[in-house]
Design a protein. Structure first.
Length: 458
């Protein structure tokens, strides 16, 4: 760890003593002291007191401009008035029935009006949505194998807990990645049924289908990879996947947990002009409540209609959550708000680009819709193997330095990205960029020094 980074971490410790104390207490009863492994990082995570609009406060009263927004779940921002109003009204009518109540139809109509699907089922998390989408794909094709993209994340269930963050010494040939399970406890044999392909490589996908002729049920991927910061598809890549899967009788599943509510009105199918067979939605469609969905044509969803494919859940279509989702679609995910987000995104990315250039940082910024990231690389990242070689110390320097100056630039992790909310203003973006401009000279100096001594090469 180099001195400038150590100084920022020391400052972070001094600013957040209450978070440190809360974390130590929590760790006695809760593994890692947090409710999800991704929320833990040393020396300790920030514990949040409250949030409103585009800002949060920690237990010590420090205020942050929030571009984490719960890992991209809050394009609405914190406590959006339309969402809060709908939830407050619904709370007095009952919070859970385990019976139909009509709101599921209202929300399904909203989704089917925007996305290329005819029927929708709801779940409580993105991981559930991808799990059931894969089950439907297997059930309707009568095939067992699926293909996922190396480095993509689709939740914690076994079928997709493969080659998420595989170490290169285990990952094999970049053109033909070796499937690597992501955790102890993943069912033995999972990697026999989950094949892995590199992003932005149609030839590799063709070879997989040729080797497993007639056995692949579906290809599932993030249309924009957002488990390796922010990686756009090459021109023609998604269209190529559409052609390959159709030719081989497999389904194409767009995991739009991150892009579905935050990219544009109709998600990736509109943005890239490619229609998948199935989509999964989550995160920002709930306005801060646990809501996800999977959808497809009537023909594909018929397996559920005929009760040949099982999908259930006590908390599915919780009326409070449904009310939040309807309010989010009607009051947050509007054309005017997408225009607002696009304007903020252009300013953010161009601002980062200018600061990077002025300071001679070897990096670039990229973004689309509400999401984007600082990419500490000398050329465009196209896949997991490109992303793997980030200078982690330099990224830590960036994150802690931004946080110490009141800007939470994204979730902790060089595989994450910023999220813009409808509550953010142009002034908020300017403040974010001012802070990045303030820390950029130290980042550039640290990067040059590390390259000079071979601590990091680009």
């Amino acid at each position: 760890m180099y001195p400038a980074l150590q100084q920022e971490i020391d400052t972070y410790r001094k600013r957040t003593p209450s978070s440190h104390e809360a974390h130590e207490r929590a760790a006695k009863r809760v593994p890692l002291g947090v409710g999800s492994n991704y929320r833990f990082y040393p020396p300790h995570p920030i514990f949040v007191r409250d949030g409103q609009g585009g800002r949060i406060h920690d237990l010590d009263g420090n205020e942050y401009l929030d571009f984490n927004l719960c890992y991209g779940s809050l394009m609405a921002g914190h406590c959006h008035p339309a969402v809060m109003k709908a939830v407050e009204e619904r709370l007095h009518l009952g919070t859970l029935f385990g019976m139909p109540h009509g709101l599921e139809l209202e929300l399904a109509e909203e989704i089917c009006a925007r996305f290329p699907v005819e029927m929708v089922r709801f779940t409580n998390s993105g991981g559930e949505a991808t799990m059931y989408a894969i089950r439907v794909a297997r059930g309707m094709t009568g095939r067992e194998k699926i293909v996922k993209i190396e480095g993509c994340y689709h939740g914690g269930h076994d079928a997709v807990s493969v080659s998420v963050k595989a170490k290169l010494e285990l990952a094999g040939d970049p053109e033909n990645p070796t499937p690597v399970t992501a955790s102890l406890g993943v069912l033995k044999g999972t990697t026999d049924q989950t094949l892995v392909a590199p992003f932005n490589n149609l030839d590799a996908m063709e070879r997989l289908f040729a080797r497993h002729q007639g056995q692949i049920a579906a290809v599932i991927l993030e249309p924009i990879m957002m488990n390796v910061a922010f990686v756009m598809p090459d021109a023609g890549y998604l269209a190529g996947l559409r052609e390959i899967t159709s030719r081989h009788g497999a389904l194409l599943i767009f995991d739009e947990i991150k892009t579905g509510g935050k990219l544009c009105w109709s998600g990736a199918s509109e943005y890239f002009g490619v229609k998948p067979d199935m989509i999964t939605l989550g995160k920002s469609i709930g306005g801060g409540f646990p809501l996800a969905a999977f959808g497809a044509s009537r023909e594909i969803m018929d397996g559920i209609v005929q009760q040949k494919i099982y999908h259930a859940g006590t908390y599915n279509t919780n009326p409070v959550v449904m009310a939040a989702g309807i309010a989010t679609f009607r009051g947050v995910l509007t054309r005017d708000n997408y225009s607002h987000i696009d304007n903020l995104s252009r300013r953010m990315v161009s601002g980062y680009a200018g600061i990077i250039k002025r300071n001679g940082i070897v990096a670039y910024a990229d973004g689309a819709g509400a999401n984007g990231a600082l990419m500490l690389y000398d050329k465009r990242v196209r896949n997991y193997r490109d992303w793997y070689h980030v200078d982690q110390d330099l990224w830590h320097h960036y994150w802690f330095a931004m946080v110490n100056r009141g800007v939470l630039p994204q979730p902790f992790g060089w595989d994450e990205q910023w999220t813009l909310s409808v509550a953010h203003t142009e002034a908020d973006i300017e403040r974010h960029l001012e802070v990045f401009d303030e820390i950029a000279p130290a980042l550039a100096a640290a990067q040059r020094a590390r390259i000079a001594v071979g601590a990091h090469s680009v």
